[in-house]
Design a protein around this ligand. Sequence first.
Ligand SMILES: Nc1ncnc2c1ncn2[C@@H]1O[C@H](COP(=O)(O)OP(=O)(O)OP(=O)(O)O)[C@@H](O)[C@H]1O
Length: 272
Amino acid sequence: MTSSEITEAEGAVDTARAGSVRIDHVIHRYGRGGEAFTAVGPVDLTVPAGEFLVLVGASGCGKSTLLRLIAGFERPTQGSVRVSGAEPRPGEAAGVVFQSPRLFPWRTVRGNVDLALRFAGVPRAQWPERRAELLARVGLEGTERRRTWEISGGQQQRVAIARALAAENPLLLLDEPFAALDALTRERLQEDVRRVTERTGRTAVFVTHSADEAVFLGSRIVVLTKSPGTVALDLPITLPRGDIEAEELRGSREFAELRARVSHAVKAAAAA
Ligand SMILES: Nc1ncnc2c1ncn2[C@@H]1O[C@H](COP(=O)(O)OP(=O)(O)OP(=O)(O)O)[C@@H](O)[C@H]1O
């Protein structure tokens, strides 16, 4: 047992550890004065390093706002957010993947990944090796010279994931990254993201509308109430992972039961 496991077993999570997230009494409002609108909170949430947390909830309940607060794109109106023990700074706190890939269309796959490596401060001499490694990790070997408009939507989203992984950041934030993809591509990418985070030991916070996606990916699922979003359900997911094929897992009774439970909680939270 490592020292961090001992700490967690004792009930206290080491929130200064790289990749951990701590959200304390956070409330976030958009606008000011009489126009102010409370989008989130109050929320208290601690995400230990290495966890795969999925945020689920009805449209407009504040999932993306919470993710933006963790990324450091927004500062909370009240309360505090800490990533790896410090106030998050945009571009430094986490690798972020959005619903649309947001690639540079005039660049090749290689050019897009290299730009991320440059932003991450990786010395140029290491780019070829790191690029090859990142593209292999997301199943894009051999596509380096292709323009982003020459590859499929699923492949574009894989490039976006490779870019987010370029910074070697211990935290990955994903905001409905597969929502625009067809069902088959979506399932494949879910398997890839799960594998990548498991292999690299990264913490992930993933936003989705889908109970199915949440149960497949999450080691923990948090369902938010309708706006302003607060925690309605905090559910650890203990499905077998390493020893079971994705198809078998998706077809299992335990999977179906959890999916039904999450789906029910999302509907109840939206109606409350
Ligand atoms: N920049 C902004 N200015 C004002 N209001 C905003 C802003 N961003 C979000 N909101 C509002 O805050 C609420 C929460 O939005 P948010 O995007 O976080 O929800 P969400 O759960 O991610 O929604 P969806 O699932 O539809 O993407 C919504 O009512 C939204 O209209």
